[in-house]
Design a protein around this ligand. Structure first.
Ligand code: AMP
Ligand code: MG
Length: 479
């Protein structure tokens, strides 16, 4: 299908007008295309020729509206760093409508009813980060939003300094957040909770539509998906950075990419958001915070679902749903096909060893994926080979209890432990070049992002350890 034939629907507008506000995107000056993601285009049935369509830049700039599009911004609230903010909402986003199950929106398209004194714009750098990381996270097998394309412009915005504004077109199978429910709960409009729950069920859990117990089951599914999502983040070394309840998806997706990071050297306490002084959203805390967020979410649902039943499910999250999901992820990373009780200790010992070894998280698991009894490649990448050696003794013993062959194990591990992840220093370099109108590295990273498990000899440099001076870059929230 050509871009000109794209037609959109707006089911969210069937809700009453407290759920949204109509928002006309405010175009950027002198927009130019930075990148078009043909993989995302395929998802909405667009052919690759759309790349050359005269309407593409206009679509991303909000001046070309596909048939059926009626742009709007969504209303939501949320707990930000533990404090309730009664009204947030899409402060810089207009939703154009949906097709084939994907809801399209422009982020950075100007002020909305929910902008709260801010400018409704997104800086080029944060737009590039969001554009690329959604793709990387998807190809790592983790549920996420995607992005269709990105435009730059000559529109100036004020951040720490003057910067150029950009717009990224994001796509998601759902944009509803825990905070969307919170808005109506704290506004004491409890009838709206039911309306919203029905909407979420229709959009995301259609198999529950005719179930008498559907609201409770919706909560259970959201909780289970969240458990699996966070387990995957922990396994891959992804730190979200701003796990406020408005950034928690009711489909268990990774949403709202801000000051995120992939771990460089394994550091359990790593905090990627430099505004997060107490480490509320540190890597180690992500499972606890997701539990806290689910607890808050359950409060918001309490007028329509029994509190006791939700509490029981929350207990399950802590007792076994999250731990089991995490252990499953880690067993796969370690190439363990059997499930043995003391695997938990093996994993705990590994985390201690990784911390003490000052070893790159991604490189460690990739190197371990080739392990054949020769420990030297693992010593070579560690600052403290003794702790690695001690752990490998446990690992060797554990492997004896496996019935699969070494090559079977290596095969699973090589398709589980990526060779390429997008680290912040790579994104920074792509941004630096883009600010000089060189977008080539964005294309390189987009390609790498889509092939995380392959050997790509021409991109070997991107699999190397993060240069010392670029490790643990701290970033700020909205920009
Ligand atoms: P974020 O941290 O990007 O998820 O944003 C948190 C909230 O602030 C959301 O409601 C955003 O829409 C809003 N926001 C962030 N940056 C801006 C901006 N430049 N203009 C208007 N609203 C913004
Ligand atoms: Mg957000």
């Amino acid at each position: 299908m050509t871009l000109e034939n794209l037609t959109l629907e707006t089911p969210y507008l069937s809700l009453d007008d407290e759920f949204y506000d109509f928002t006309d995107p405010i175009p950027l000056n002198e927009p130019y295309l930075i990148s078009f993601n043909s993989r995302a285009a395929e998802l909405i049935g667009l052919d690759s020729k759309s790349h050359n369509s005269p309407h593409l830049i206009a679509l991303l700039n909000g001046t070309y509206k596909p048939e059926g599009s009626r742009p709007f911004s969504m209303c939501y609230a949320g707990y930000q760093f533990g404090n309730y903010a009664p009204r947030l909402g899409d402060g810089r986003t207009s939703n154009l409508g949906s097709t084939l199950g994907w809801n399209l929106q422009l982020k950075g398209s100007g002020e909305t009813l929910y902008s709260r004194m801010a400018d409704g714009r997104s800086a080029l750098r944060s737009s590039i980060r969001e554009y690329l990381m959604g793709e990387a996270i998807h190809h790592l097998g983790i549920p996420t939003t995607r992005a269709l394309g990105i435009i730059g412009s000559k529109t100036k915005i004020i951040r720490d300094q003057m910067e150029n504004a950009a717009i990224v077109m994001r796509m998601s199978t759902s944009w509803v957040r825990f905070g969307t429910f919170e808005y109506f709960y704290y506004a004491k409009e409890h009838d709206k909770l039911e309306t919203l729950a029905e909407y979420v069920i229709n959009e995301s859990y259609p198999h529950l539509q005719n179930d008498d117990d559907r609201f409770y089951k919706m909560f259970c599914e959201i909780l289970e998906r969240t458990a699996r999502l966070i387990a995957k983040w922990q396994g891959i070394g992804f730190c979200h950075g701003v796990m406020n309840t408005d950034n928690m998806s009711v489909e268990g997706l990774t949403i709202d990419y801000g000051p995120f990071a992939m771990l460089d050297d394994f550091n359990y306490g790593h905090v990627c958001n430099h505004k997060d002084r107490v480490g509320r959203y540190s890597y180690a805390e992500q499972p606890n915070i997701s539990y806290w967020n689910l607890t808050k979410f359950s409060e918001a649902l309490s007028p329509i679902v029994s509190k006791e039943r939700m509490q029981k499910k929350l207990d399950d999250f802590g007792n076994f749903l999250y731990p089991d999901a995490y252990i499953e992820v880690m067993r796969k990373k370690l190439g363990l096909a059997q499930e043995l009780d003391n695997d938990v200790e093996l994993i705990e010992e590994l985390l201690v060893a990784l911390q003490d070894a000052y070893v790159d998280h991604t490189i460690f698991f990739r190197t371990l994926s080739h392990y054949d009894g020769d420990r030297s490649p693992l010593y070579d990448i560690s600052m403290n080979p003794v702790v690695v050696d001690n752990w490998l003794k446990l690992y060797d013993e554990r492997l004896l209890q496996e019935s699969q062959t070494q090559s079977e194990r290596q095969k699973t591990m090589l398709s589980t432990n990526p060779k390429y992840v997008l680290k912040n220093y790579m994104l920074q370099e792509a941004i630096r070049l883009a600010e000089e109108d060189d977008f080539s590295m964005i294309e390189t990273l987009l390609y790498i992002a889509a092939h995380p498990y392959e050997e790509l000899p021409e991109f070997e440099d991107f699999a190397k350890e993060t240069p010392e001076e670029h490790k643990n870059i701290g970033l700020s929230c909205s920009s």
